[in-house]
Each structure stands twice: as structure tokens, then as C-alpha cells.
Design a protein around this ligand. Structure first.
Ligand code: PLP
Length: 411
């Protein structure tokens, strides 16, 4: 299949921007199909981090010297790039280490002081543990309960059943935009609108949406939206929480320390304005500058092109995998991102992944931090191939050929 048919972009040149993708693993060319776990980084991101440490390294918001100003400008510049990319305001974007931190921030600063016995939180069956455990901790401490929205046979949310759960005691609904296991894209706009009508605060985990789709957070209509930078070609330890300004103004700080204050006296502290109120301590400055470069990179490709490219790869991979005898794909949502979870009859997920690794193919096997979803399907683990725009149609074919080969070894 001709990859250039996907759009006007020369995808072979795009792939060449990612130095790691040229390496070999176990003497075979690497086929990296684990982008839902973490994305690979283009040269420009690596160069931005390198340039910061070589030429500008200083702490932010403290020193008046030239380096301090350069570091602060670059860091705040990255916040503004992210805000523009997601169509939100920079002062509504709390920079943090990733989705896990972002969701905990909402749990501890918004939910913990507000929820009471008798209140309820609604989650969905397809959540990552990062969007389950913080709410369990809140529920344990407040006496609130957790209700779970279930899936239909395609691995989509059953919307009628979800809306039926949104009863008056529900104060908060937290759900993923895109499932990291099934690839299901949830209709978050519609869901947030329904929740809002009922006065329910909504939190969206955008970890798997931000890297792969045109994302207008303002248009989602939620109260909080969390993203993680390392899945969108940025460095690890970067991410953000977008929140409506009224929430940020009303929420107490989560972590205390430097950078988040205006004045500290032993009698009491005056906190900085949001978003800085939630950004205590020295941040991952180089990481955010790298994330800014990642956003520039993705913008230069155009997220609609990224999405179209990944949809073409997904269709190809799904078609080829469907021809493999005894292979079961988990989830066939009508709207789906380029994530395919599967099992092959008679083969354990870890054995398949281990043997595929020897063929140079990197996929993930395990529970994908989604135990409740594994329980739903009655399996302990699946294999997951997750694709990104820098993958190729040739890789899809090589992956399926390798799968057929290793499967014979396990028979
Ligand atoms: N939510 C989803 C859907 C994810 O896929 C992940 C990462 O795998 C996370 C949350 C956690 O992201 P991080 O570990 O970067 O905070």
C-alpha cells in the first residue's frame, strides 16, 4: 500500500524525523507499535531539550539575570503554545507531570473538600487506573460512592445506561476521551452536555486523545481536561490540567512550596494566582520546552493529517489481523483510535509479546493499567498494538507476518 495516499504529506520524510525509529532490536529493524504507552520523539524535541541545557539553563520565575529571563520566557512560551494548540487560555492550564498528577489534583483539590457521604462519582468500565484509584481514595475519605458505566458488545459506552446513572446524588463524572485498551473514542461533548444539564462536574482524561486527534478542549464542554506530554511526542514528566477558571479560583492548592505563593508569613500565606497556585516547586522546565517543540511539530503536520494517517494504518492493521486464524480483537467501536487489543487462541499474551520482541516488534502485553476492563472481558491480559503517524503500512505487514511466525512456535 502506498503510504503517501493517506494525505499530501510525505510520511517517509516525517518518519525520518524520529531518530530512534532507525535502530535495530535483536538484529531486526525496530517496529515500534507501543505509542499508546509512550510516543517517540522527533529530532526537534530532542534538540529543544538539548538547547535549553546547553544555552539557557536556569530556574524559572526567580532570577532576574538573563538566563533566568530566557528560561521563564521559554517555559511560559510552552504553556502558551499548549493553550493555543488546545484552544484554551494559558491561565487556565496548570502544568504538571502528566495525567496522573492532573487527575489527582482534581481529586484532592476539587473533590476531597466537597464530596460528602451520600454523594456519588461516576466512572466508566474502560478507565485507566489513573482515573480510578484517585477517586477511590476520595471516596474512602469522604464517604462518597462510585458507580460504573458499562459497555456494549462493541466496547463502546452504553449511553442510555450511563445517563440513567446520572442521578441527583452524582456530583462528578470522570471518563476517558479515548480508551487506551480498546481505542474507543467516547462522545465526550454529548456526555458532558448531559452531565452539565444535571449539574454534574465533568473530568475528561485526554491522555490518548491529545496525541491523535484534532482537539478543541474548549468545545468539549467539560470542567476539567487532563493531558500527558510524553504520549504526544513530548518528554516524560510533562502534562497539563485544563480547568474552568471558576474552579481554579475556588480550589485550594494541592501541593505547597515555592513558586505558588505571593507572600509567606508564619501567620499565613497568600497564594499566587492560578495556574501558578497549583505549580509548587521547580517544574520540568526543559521537559515543557520540549513539549512546546512537540506541539510545534504536531501543528506543522496538522492534527487532521495525523488522524487521517493513523486511521488508514488502523484500517490496514485491522484487516490484516482479522485474517489471522484464532485471533480475537477486543473492541470494534464505530469511532476508534489506532489501538488494537488482541489475543491469539492458545497463546499467552506475554509469550506472544516476548517472541515478537525477538522479531523486532515492540507491542505491549498485560492489563494495560485497566484491571476492571480485563475483568469485563474475563481475561488477565491482552496484547496491544498501538500505532502512530510515524508507523508505516510496510510495518503493519511485517508485524502480522511476524505474528503468524511466532504463533506457529507457540502452537
Ligand atoms: N490515562 C490513560 C487513558 C492512559 O493511557 C495513561 C497512560 O498510559 C494515563 C492515564 C496515565 O498517564 P501518565 O502516566 O502519563 O500520567
Amino acid at each position: 500500500m502506498n503510504a503517501s495516499l493517506d494525505s499530501t504529506i510525505d510520511w517517509a520524510r516525517v518518519r525520518a524525523d524520529f531518530p530512534l525509529l532507525t535502530r535495530q532490536v535483536h538484529g531486526k529493524p525496530l517496529i515500534y507499535f507501543d505509542s499508546a504507552n509512550t510516543g517517540q520523539k522527533p529530532e526537534t524535541v530532542i534538540a529543544a531539550v538539548d538547547d535549553f541545557y546547553r544555552h539557557h539553563n536556569a530556574n524559572v520565575s526567580r532570577a532576574v539575570h538573563a538566563l533566568g529571563t530566557e528560561a521563564t520566557d521559554a517555559y511560559e512560551g510552552a504553556r502558551n503554545k499548549l493553550a493555543k494548540f488546545f484552544n484554551v487560555r494559558g491561565d487556565e492550564l496548570v502544568l504538571c507531570s502528566g495525567t496522573t498528577f492532573a487527575l489527582n489534583l482534581v481529586a484532592y483539590s476539587w473533590a476531597l473538600p466537597r464530596l460528602q457521604p451520600g454523594d456519588a462519582i461516576v466512572l466508566t468500565r474502560m478507565e485507566h487506573h489513573a482515573n480510578i484509584v484517585p477517586w477511590q481514595l476520595v471516596a474512602q475519605r469522604t464517604g462518597a460512592t462510585i458507580k460504573v458505566a458499562e459497555l456494549n458488545e462493541r466496547g463502546e459506552l452504553d449511553l442510555d445506561r450511563l445517563y440513567a446513572l446520572l442521578t441527583p446524588e452524582v456530583k462528578l463524572l470522570s471518563l476517558t476521551h479515548v480508551s487506551n485498551v480498546l481505542g474507543t473514542v467516547n462522545p465526550v461533548r454529548e456526555i458532558c452536555r448531559e452531565a452539565r444539564k444535571r449539574g454534574i462536574v465533568t473530568v475528561v482524561d485526554g491522555s490518548q486523545a491529545a496525541p491523535h486527534r484534532v482537539l478543541d478542549i474548549a468545545a468539549v464542554g467539560c470542567d476539567f481536561y487532563a493531558i500527558t506530554g510524553h504520549k504526544m511526542s513530548g518528554p516524560t514528566g510533562t502534562g497539563a490540567l485544563w480547568a474552568r477558571r471558576e474552579h481554579l479560583a475556588a480550589m485550594p492548592p494541592f501541593i505547597g512550596g515555592g513558586e505558588m505563593i505571593k507572600e509567606v508569613r508564619f501567620e499565613g500565606t497568600v497564594f499566587n494566582d492560578p495556574p501558578h497556585k497549583f505549580e509548587a516547586g521547580t517544574p520540568n522546565i526543559a521537559g515543557f520546552i520540549g513539549l512546546g517543540a512537540a506541539v510545534d511539530y504536531l501543528s506543522s503536520l496538522g492534527m487532521h493529517n495525523v488522524e487521517a494517517r493513523e486511521q488508514a494504518l488502523l484500517a490496514h492493521a485491522t484487516e490484516e489481523l482479522s485474517k489471522v486464524e484464532g485471533l480475537r480483537i477486543f473492541g470494534n467501536a464505530r469511532e476508534k483510535a489506532a489501538v488494537i487489543s488482541f489475543l491469539v487462541e492458545g497463546a499467552h499474551a506475554h509469550d506472544l509479546a516476548t517472541l515478537l520482541d525477538l522479531e523486532g516488534v515492540a507491542i505491549r502485553s498485560g492489563h494495560h493499567c485497566a484491571h476492571p476492563l480485563m475483568q469485563h472481558f474475563g481475561v488477565p491480559a491482552t496484547c496491544r498494538a498501538s500505532l502512530a503517524f510515524y508507523n508505516t503500512h510496510d510495518e503493519v505487514e511485517a508485524f502480522v507476518a511476524a505474528l503468524r511466525k511466532v504463533r506457529k512456535l507457540l502452537a
